[in-house]
Design a protein around this ligand. Structure first.
Ligand code: CA
Ligand code: CA
Length: 351
């Protein structure tokens, strides 16, 4: 190559270098101060847990979570930092566990801490364990591999398939068999959760009093999904208790609530219950939380009402069956009240 050719080549390299530096746009995942952090729960910490961060199906980063020396089911934390606000996905993989995908994770400029989420399935991302043949389901084939005489009852060094030591304690025994056989794992597949899917979390869509009396109140509650609604009745000036406190029948101060209870509900169907034996002419605050069978909870909600006064319980009418004799000591009469009430016997003659 002559001098002219060398110069031309050098110029081309310089030109291409400049062009590439102009065309190279920083990855959107690396331009902000936002973050996403979370917690993964899985078995056998000596096996690597991989957490992938994706955006628009493009992998942006992967973290291999640090392992500890212990065996069993252990939590491991992760954090992806310097992210731009946006929508991301997480894919978590680990040998002998099924795949865990969390889609539609919305991150704003303040970042997102999944461990603060009210949903148990997101607060702690739990990998399902026992998929020895990596086919995406934990089933009889996996169970039979652990149960096989070539593996069961042996130390991992002597077993045909050492991966059957699911908890990582060095032996393949009942603990490992029970991990596969447990209802949390057996028959389950890869997990996919939509983080931002509307209606994912149970909610109380309606809580109101439908009939307020002197000493009782009729209440209607509707939840978005099947579950149990726990409630406490408090003085109207009371602070709102936490979900845990309502479930335990407590006030925000931890003392026993004036009244408490729970009721089974079915998604979208209004359920009515009566709280009786309460004080007349008193203002109350009714607080409630709905809990799904998987432990997920709604926000706490509340409403106020004031019981009526017995003094306003007017006698609105009184009548006697035809032919009865009001001068008799055994006269019959029918009374009506504006609220529920009892007519006291009066032996005076009525004229
Ligand atoms: Ca399997
Ligand atoms: Ca074991």
């Amino acid at each position: 190559m002559n001098k002219k050719g060398i110069l031309s080549t050098l110029l081309t390299i310089v030109f291409l270098t400049i062009l590439m530096s102009i065309l190279t746009i920083p990855a959107s995942a690396d331009v902000g101060d936002a973050f996403i952090k979370g917690r993964v729960l899985s078995y056998n910490p000596s096996i690597i847990t991989n957490v992938k961060l994706l955006q628009n199906n493009i992998e942006l980063d992967t973290q291999a979570l640090p392992s500890t020396a212990t065996s069993g089911q252990v939590p491991q934390d992760f954090s992806f930092d310097n992210l731009a606000p946006g929508t991301y996905s997480l894919i978590i993989t680990k040998d002998v566990h099924t795949k865990f995908t969390l889609n539609n994770v919305l991150i704003d400029e303040d970042g997102l801490d999944l461990t603060k989420d009210p949903r148990n399935a997101i607060k702690c991302l739990t990998l399902l364990c026992g998929d020895l043949d990596n086919d995406g389901i934990i089933d009889a084939k996996d169970l039979n591999t652990v149960w096989s005489s070539l593996n069961y009852g042996k130390r991992t060094s002597d077993a045909e398939e050492p991966r059957c030591d699911l908890n990582g304690d060095g032996v393949i025994d009942a603990k490992d068999l029970n991990i596969v056989w447990s209802s949390e794992n057996y028959g389950k597949r890869d997990v996919v959760i939509e983080y931002s899917a509307p209606g994912y979390l149970i909610s109380i869509t309606n809580l109101r009093t439908t009939d307020v009396g002197t000493n009782e109140v009729t209440t209607t509650v509707t939840a978005s999904k099947d579950g149990i609604v726990y409630w406490v009745l408090l003085d109207s000036n009371s602070a709102t208790p936490s979900a845990d406190q309502i479930i335990a029948g407590r006030t925000s101060a931890g003392t026993i609530a004036y009244r408490c209870g729970d009721i089974n509900v079915y998604g979208g169907i209004a359920k009515t219950f009566v709280i009786a034996g309460i004080d007349e002419e008193t203002s109350y605050k009714l607080c409630a939380v709905a809990v799904e069978s998987n432990g997920d909870r709604s926000d706490v909600c509340f409403c106020y009402f004031t019981t009526t006064s017995a003094a306003n319980n007017w006698l609105t009418s009184i009548s006697t069956p035809s032919g009865s004799n009001l001068t008799s000591t055994t006269a019959m009469a029918t009374a009506s009240f504006s609220n529920s009430g009892v007519l006291s016997a009066n032996k005076k003659r009525v004229v």
